[in-house]
Design a protein around this ligand. Sequence first.
Ligand SMILES: Cc1ncc(COP(=O)(O)O)c(C=O)c1O
Length: 326
Amino acid sequence: MAISCIGQTLHICTPLLESVPMSRRTGFKVFLKCDNLQPTGSFKIRGIGNICQKVMKKGGNHVITSSVGNSGISLAYAAKQLGMTATIVIPEVTSESVADNMRELNANVIRHGKVCDNAIAYATQFAKENEGIIYFHPFDNPGIWEGYATVIKEVKDQVQQKPDVVLTCVGGGGLLCGVIEGLQSVGWTDVPVIAMETRGADSYNQAVHAGKLVTLPDITSLAKCLGALTVCQKSLDWGKLHPIHSVVVEDKHAIQACLSFLDDHRMLVELSCGAALAGIYEDIIPKLQKNGKLKDNIESAVVIVCGGAAMTLQALLDCKTSVGIE
Ligand SMILES: Cc1ncc(COP(=O)(O)O)c(C=O)c1O
């Protein structure tokens, strides 16, 4: 029996918490937008819930996308809530336990290709060959950005004053586009965004430097969720209209940020989220201030805690060992 969620959102309004340890460290207020607390463990449900509801309104009932993990979990969840069918194409890097999480939510799971980009190509073809199955792109998609923009619309209602900077991570650039769309829509057009990536998944940073899209030969970062070989054009285009600072950290910084966050806030997140948190733990804001890229008087920052359901304590400890953190 389908539960009709048309007209309601499938995501929740997540808390915005001040991080006392991070505020103490930086000397300004650091707010955490806790999208790790979404029912699916990540912000992805905001965009994918929006897409599924649009498809359903038009009479569609079977959707397909590709995902390393969190888009798939959110699609499986949204489809189950709406009484739709979900098919998810996952690449080799996706663990079997994450695939099982999708199957437990009744999704059909197909494994294809080495990285997300190969799975995207397969999912597109699959939809062409199977009538009635509607494909949507997991990050290069206005409906996805529209859903993600709600994260900033909520922040607008939760803060007493406009933040001086927003930190987020970049995979394919969907979240970045949504965050900027949100900032523009609430009138915070001058609030800079720090777009964090890990080396080896830095397709946005390379594109910014080249002034055009760059396709990485491979994803060598451990942050597999940031592993889009090419970011979406829109994420690059926003750089002409909105202040964005692209920053790359090493995997060990994202891992250390996840460990510090676990100690500080007792929450476990994926390395993609660790990349955003490293913006605070690796003192990126003072470094950008020193280079004249950010103003001197920062009073508050918002970190998009994007979450991620694929992290376990053991996996984080394995990452720690693999990069030689004591
Ligand atoms: C937990 C998490 N954070 C960040 C990202 C990156 O999002 P985007 O591809 O929209 O840039 C992803 C993408 O899969 C993710 O799962």
